[in-house]
Design a protein around this ligand. Structure first.
Ligand code: SF4
Ligand code: SF4
Length: 188
């Protein structure tokens, strides 16, 4: 497992892209999950997630995956389970102060982040892990959260269109209702 972890960090850019695809797939499947019931799909999805992520990242199923912000190095493998790091005790050569044979999980994280398109995310301070979510599916949690955010955005767009019916008739682009295609052009 330790070697798999190092492999994941060395190929963090590839895993980042794979993760983005998985995330999009889970969001697309949100209506299906909602219809079946998230409580019903939780166990099978969590079981698959556990197998896949244990093999690839030595995942501990914390339920709040942050790999995209930690260079694909799982912070739950840090003996102190720090969500921001490294701690002040890193040994020479980047080894862990608690497990001297292991590379510091957070030194690996910063290395991995340099290979990722969104590696700058590692600069964001992460909140402490919520132990009550241990064992649950992070994939499903992300699907629920992002789909909900999308619904909120859709509701706000509809409310705006309803507030300006005349403007919408004259200039439909001012209050668009149709679903937007994925942005290829930077807004700046
Ligand atoms: S951050 Fe949590 S869910 Fe992600 S790989 Fe580590 S233990 Fe697993
Ligand atoms: S040296 Fe790194 S892996 Fe070890 S306890 Fe500190 S932050 Fe965690």
């Amino acid at each position: 497992m330790y070697r798999a972890r190092l492999f994941a960090v060395r190929h963090a850019g590839v895993f980042e892209r794979i993760y983005q695809v998985v995330e999009r797939l889970m969001i697309v499947l949100d209506p299906v999950f909602s219809r079946i019931g998230y409580s019903r799909v939780e166990r099978p999805v969590a079981a698959v997630e556990k197998v896949v992520k244990t093999v690839l990242f030595d995942c501990k199923m914390c339920g709040q995956c942050v790999l995209s912000s930690t260079g694909m190095s799982c912070p739950m493998n840090c003996p102190k389970e720090l969500r921001n790091g490294p701690c002040g005790g890193v040994r020479p050569g980047g080894f862990c102060e608690v497990k001297p044979d292991m590379r510091c999980v957070w030194c690996e994280a910063w290395d991995g982040a340099t290979r990722m398109k969104n590696g700058h995310q590692i600069n964001e301070v992460l909140p402490p892990v919520d132990r009550s979510l241990q064992g649950s599916s992070s994939w499903l949690r992300v699907a629920r959260e992002k789909a909900e955010a999308q619904r909120d955005a859709d509701a706000a767009r509809k409310a705006l269109a309803q507030a300006f019916p005349e403007a919408r008739t004259l200039e439909p682009a001012t209050t668009p209702l149709a679903e937007e295609p994925e942005r290829r052009i930077s807004p700046n």
